[in-house]
Design a protein around this ligand. Sequence first.
Ligand code: 9MR
Length: 471
Amino acid sequence: MSVRTLRLPRPRHARRAFGAAAVTAVAALAAATLLPTGQAGAADTTLRSLAESKGIYFGTAMTQSDLNNSALTAIAGSQFGMLTPGNEMKWDTTEPARGSFNFAPADRLVSFAQANSMRLRGHTLVWHSQLPSWVSGLPTTQVKAAMENHITNEVAHYKGKLYSWDVVNEPFNEDGSFRTDAFYNAMGSGFVADALRTARAADTNAKLYLNDYNIEGRNPKSDAMYNLVKSLKSQGVPLDGVGFQAHFVLGQVPSTFKANLQRFVALGVNVAVTELDDRIQLPATTASLNQQASDYATVVDTCLAVTGCAGITQWGVGDADSWIPGTFPGYGAATMYDANYRPKPAYTATATALGGGSTSPSPTPAGSCKVTGTVSAWNSGLTEDITITNTGSTTINGWSLAFTLPTGQTVTSSWNASLAPATGQVAAKNLSYNGALAPGASSSFGFQATHTGNTSLPSLFSLNGAPCTTA
Ligand code: 9MR
């Protein structure tokens, strides 16, 4: 049996314990920690807290595989207060065969969000794309029942857990006509009202949205969405908001963006920026990155200026996670973080537009916690004891410690905390008797796990969403 003590910041140990991606994260953490004290105000200014202090949220999209990327999860859990599953709540995943539901992939993302006190946007229930062929192949007489059953089951599964649902996604063509997809072909435009009513019946609290792209400015498509919303509201159909995806091209945020959002709000709905990115022709230059910063600031300024704009979600955490290069060859660099999760000028501009005073962004601010631990490993198993110390000045009431388990390790039992899930990005939550941590106080818990050869220590601990020091 080998016994190792957790001393994560020591470079030699870090090299042994972390994979390449995590080394990058450590570099980013180190960079953040090394800010001169005069600029340390940035540590309090995560996008999430800045946005919340302005009354909006700032979110990101994540997919299941992102949970294995410790650099990404450290930023997602600290900088963003809302999470949209990028693919896992779509029909092809959740009901791949008729009546056979699979919520496991999305549930993992829900657990991550909960462990990091993030809210969730459900995406999406009714969409022509990522739709299994059994739906598009149904006789038109059966589509309504299949759609209602799908909505009822999925919304019921997540009842009470989601802030909102994108109930219908992308119903319009560019000219403002309805897409002739399976739903429209079966039910005409009435499928939208039916989908919204079905969703409301299954969850009275989640906010119900329609969501589309290229509707940010005034154009035939946004006019069609406007007319649809107006008609639905006049019929008393349950509809709370409209999502503007905002997949922008560098320098092309429409000049009518604000006025367009305002005309929707005037109909009695909220608006939200749901999938923000801003693609740049590669290679990115200083000038293009600065233009992107300006574009991001425009988006934030616009949302803040429109009463009824609920928040902004970026589509993916960093440039490495973005769908853009795969869909628009030659374009990329569309998010606020570069391929190594270093904040770009767009991050700084966003933080500043949200009221942050510092020009030195801190992607992963240190929280008020310290983590120490030991691991004891044998052939196929290990036990680990972890101690959390509250290094802040206020009592923590209820803690959730998120960390990344090395690949191949699976938790089999735990004590003094409940752990879930058993692999990957794990959250350890206090039990009924050890949730309060006064300033300076510590709490210990432990777990047993199996391993497949990698007995490295977990990495990237964060307590209630804020990264912990580990020495
Ligand atoms: O980000 C999603 C990507 O991983 C998928 O391959 C793609 C397939 O259509 O869907 C992406 O997300 C889309 C979103 O669900 C709706 N608006 C457009 C987004 C980018 O394609």
